[in-house]
Design a binder for this molecule. Structure first.
Ligand code: GTP
Ligand code: SPV
Ligand code: MN
Length: 604
C-alpha cells in the first residue's frame, strides 16, 4: 500500500518498479512493527548470506545488530562517483563527469530486472526536523534491509516525511541496488539537475545510505547554491559558558579527521569545574541558512551518527561510545565470540582471544589474517541514534536551527599549519577553506597518509564546479556582512621530529575552542602574523597539561615557519592554476588577491 497520493512520487516509483522488476514493493512507514519484521527477516537469513545481519548480546547491547560487507566494499569509492550535469563545466575539476543521458543509458540496463526475486523498499525520509523550513524530503528505493535499518537511524524516516512533502515535486529521487556488489560495475551517480541519485553494486555506508553524502552534501550543495544556503561537511557543537550563554561552532575536517570526536568532546577537569558544557548538534553535516535576524543558522540534517569505530573508547570519546550501547548497528568491526559483543582497535588494549575478524574468519587464538593485522576494518563504523548521545543538544530538533558564531577548518597536517589561527576576514576565511589539505584516511578507497587538497573538507562532496562553490561562499559572506561567523583553522595533528603528536587533542581541544569563542566575544587579543591572527602563547589555557604542553611545545605548535609557508603558498598557486583554473574551475579574483596578499606578507 502506498503511503502517499503525491502523483510525482507515485509516477517515479512506478517507473523504477517497471525498471527493476522487484517481486514485491514495501512502503516503509517507520512503524516499530514493520522494523521488527524486517529485522527478523534479515537476521533469519542463513549464515554466509552476504545480506545477513546478526543480533549481538541483547543484555549488554540491547537492540544492537552486526553486519559485515564484502571485502571489496568497505569505503566510499571516489573514482566511481560521478556528478552528471548537462555540461562538464557544471561538475568542474574536482568531480568525475559524464553526460546525464549517456550515464542513464549506461546504467539503465544494469538496473533492468535487477530486483527480480527480491523486494523493493520505498523509504520516505526528512533531512532535518520535519517542522523545519530548512529541511528537505528524499525517497530512497533499495533492495537492502540493511539500508532500511540504517536509514531509520540516520534520518527521520516514515510517513511523516510524505506528509511534509504534500503534493510537491521537491524531493530527491534515490535509487539503490546492491546488485552483485561487483566493484567493476559499482557506480555512485548524482544528477543534480534532476534531483536524482543512482547507486549500484555497493552495500556499504556512504555509497548506499543515500541521504548522507549523496543527498545531504552533493545534491544539497547544488540546491544551496541555487537557493541561497550552504550544505557543508561540518559538525555543529554548542559550548555553554558558566554564565549560561551558549555559543555554536561549525567545523569542517576531512573524513576520519576528528569531527565526531570534537562534536562530542568532554571538557578537561578545570573547565568542568568552572561550569563549561559541550553539546552536540551534529557530527558530520550542516545545512546553513541566513535567519531573519541576518545571522547564519545551522541544522543537522541527520538523525544519527555513522561514526568511525577504531579509536573510539571511553577516554577518547565517551559520548560516542555511550551512543552505541543500544539500538545501534555495527559494520565491519570484530566480534568478541566469548560474549557476542564487538571489538575494534583502540577500544581497549585487550583484543579478544576468541574473535571473529571483520572478514568473518574466526581467530581461535591463532594469528590474525586480515590485512595490516587488524581485527576490525580501519573504516569500520557504528550507526547510532542521536537520541542516545548523552550530550545531545536541547536544540537538536529545533526547527530554526542554531546561530553560528565561528566556522573552523582543519585537516591532518604533520607540519606547517599551527594549532590554531584566525582568518583576517570572511574572504580570507574562504581562502583558508579552499586551502585545506590533509593526509588521506581509510574512509575512502585508496592509499592512506598521502597529502591531498581537500577544499572545505568537501573535495569528494561538492556537487558542482568548485570555482562556483567558492564564489557562493563569498556571496554568502557578503550577504551576512558583519553578522558573518568568524573563520578559523585548526590542526590537531602536528608532529615533532620523532613523529609524535605535539598536541594531546580530544577533550583538550576545548582549550582551543575556548580561545576561538573568546575571539568571537572580543575578549582576547591576538598576534597579527603573515597568515592570520595567532594566539598569544599565554592565551591557550594549559592548566593541567603543563607537563606535556611545555612552553617549548607551545612554541612549536604555534610556529609559523616562513620557509614552509612560502612553499605552502607556492603549492596553493600551483593548485589554483594547474588543478583548478586550467581544468575548468573559475576561481574568484578575490581568492587570488588573498593569495597575493599572504605571499607579500611572507616576503616582507
Ligand atoms: P567521518 O565520519 O569519516 O567524516 O570522520 P570524522 O571527521 O567524524 O572523524 P572521527 O571523529 O571519527 O575521528 C577519526 C579518527 O581521528 C579517530 O581514529 C580518532 O582517534 C582520530 N582523532 C580524532 N580527534 C583527534 C585529536 O584531537 N587528536 C588526534 N591525534 N586524533 C584524533
Ligand atoms: C565520510 O567518509 O566522511 C563519512 C562516512 O562520514 S560515509 O558516510 O561513508 O561517507
Ligand atoms: Mn563524513
Amino acid at each position: 500500500m502506498s503511503l502517499t497520493t503525491n502523483a510525482n512520487v507515485l509516477k517515479w516509483v512506478d517507473e523504477m518498479v517497471a525498471l527493476c522488476k522487484p517481486d514485491k514493493v514495501v512502503w516503509i512507514d517507520g512503524s516499530q512493527e514493520q522494523l521488527d519484521e524486517l529485522t527478523k527477516e534479515v537476521t533469519s537469513l542463513p549464515d554466509g548470506d552476504p545480506n545477513k545481519m546478526y543480533w549481538l548480546n541483547q543484555e549488554k547491547l540491547p537492540g544492537c545488530l552486526y553486519h559485515r560487507t564484502a571485502e571489496n566494499d568497505v569505503a566510499r569509492v571516489e573514482d566511481r562517483t560521478f556528478i552528471c550535469t548537462k555540461t562538464k563545466e557544471g561538475a568542474g575539476p574536482t568531480n568525475n563527469w559524464m553526460d546525464p543521458q549517456e550515464m542513464y543509458a549506461k546504467l539503465t540496463p544494469m538496473y533492468d530486472g535487477v530486483m527480480k526475486g527480491q523486494t523493493m523498499y520505498v523509504i520516505p525520509y526528512s533531512m532535518g526536523p520535519v517542522a523545519s523550513s530548512i529541511s528537505k524530503v528524499g525517497v530512497e528505493l533499495t533492495d537492502s534491509i540493511y539500508v532500511v535499518l540504517n536509514m531509520n537511524i540516520m534520518t527521520r524516516m516514515g510517513k511523516a516525511a510524505f506528509d511534509k512533502l504534500g503534493d510537491s515535486n521537491d524531493f530527491v529521487r534515490c535509487l539503490h541496488s546492491k546488485a552483485d556488489v561487483d566493484p567493476e560495475k559499482r557506480y555512485i551517480v548524482q544528477f543534480p539537475e534532476d534531483n536524482t541519485i543512482w547507486s549500484i553494486n555497493s552495500a556499504y555506508g556512504g555509497n548506499v545510505i543515500l541521504s548522507k553524502k549523496c543527498f545531504a552534501l552533493r545534491i544539497a550543495s547544488f540546491q544551496g547554491k541555487n537557493e541561497g544556503w550552504m550544505a557543508e561537511h561540518m559538525l555543529i557543537l554548542g559550548v555553554q559558558k558558566p554564565d549560561g550563554d551558549t555559543k555554536y561552532v561549525c567545523a569542517a575536517f576531512p573524513s576520519a579527521c576528528g569531527k565526531t570526536n570534537l562534536a562530542m568532546l568532554i571538557p578537561p577537569e578545570g573547565y568542568l569545574k568552572d561550569g563549561y558544557k559541550v553539546f552536540t548538534v551534529g557530527d558530520d553535516i550542516a545545512w546553513l541558512k541566513p535567519g531573519e535576524d541576518g545571522r547564519l543558522y545551522a541544522i543537522n540534517p541527520e538523525n544519527g551518527f555513522f561514526g568511525v569505530a577504531p579509536g573510539t573508547n571511553a577516554k577518547s570519546n565517551y559520548n560516542a561510545l555511550a551512543s552505541t550501547m543500544k539500538n545501534a548497528i555495527f559494520t565491519n568491526v570484530a566480534l568478541n565470540n566469548a560474549d557476542n559483543t564487538v571489538w575494534w582497535e583502540g577500544l581497549d588494549k585487550n583484543p579478544p582471544e576468541d574473535a571473529t575478524e571483520w572478514t568473518g574468519i574466526k581467530t581461535n587464538g591463532k594469528e590474525w589474517t586480515a590485512e595490516g593485522k587488524k581485527l576490525a576494518h580501519p573504516n569500520s563504523r557504528f550507526t547510532a541514534p542521536a537520541a542516545n548521545c548523552p550530550c545531545i543538544s536541547p536544540e537538536f530538533d529545533s526547527a530554526a536551527g542554531v546561530p553560528i558564531s565561528a566556522i573552523v577548518f582543519g585537516g591532518r597536517r604533520a607540519s606547517t599549519t599551527p594549532l590554531v589561527y584566525q582568518s583576517f576576514d570572511w574572504t580570507h576565511g574562504t581562502y583558508v577553506g579552499s586551502a585545506v589539505s590533509s593526509e588521506t584516511t581509510a574512509a575512502a578507497a585508496g592509499a592512506v597518509g598521502v597529502l591531498r587538497h581537500d577544499p572545505m573538507a568537501m573535495k569528494p562532496f561538492i556537487g558542482y564546479n568548485v570555482g562556483d562553490y567558492w564564489a557562493h561562499w563569498l556571496e554568502m559572506g557578503e550577504k551576512l556582512g558583519d553578522k558573518a561567523p568568524k573563520i578559523f583553522n585548526v590542526n590537531w595533528f602536528k608532529k615533532d621530529e620523532d613523529g609524535n603528536f605535539l598536541w594531546p587533542g580530544f577533550g583538550d581541544n576545548m582549550r582551543v575552542l575556548d580561545w576561538i569563542i573568546k575571539r568571537c566575544d572580543g575578549t582576547v587579543d591576538a598576534d597579527e602574523t603573515a597568515i592570520g591572527f595567532l594566539p598569544k602563547k599565554c592565551d591557550i589555557n594549559v592548566a593541567g597539561i603543563e607537563d606535556e604542553v611545555t612552553p617549548e611545545v607551545m612554541d612549536k605548535l604555534l610556529a609559523v615557519d616562513s620557509d614552509l609557508w612560502k612553499a605552502e603558498i607556492a603549492e596553493m598557486r600551483r593548485y589554483y592554476n594547474d588543478d583548478i583554473a586550467a581544468k575548468g574551475g573559475n576561481i574568484p579574483a578575490e581568492l587570488y588577491a588573498v593569495l597575493d596578499k599572504i605571499e607579500a606578507n611572507l616576503n616582507k
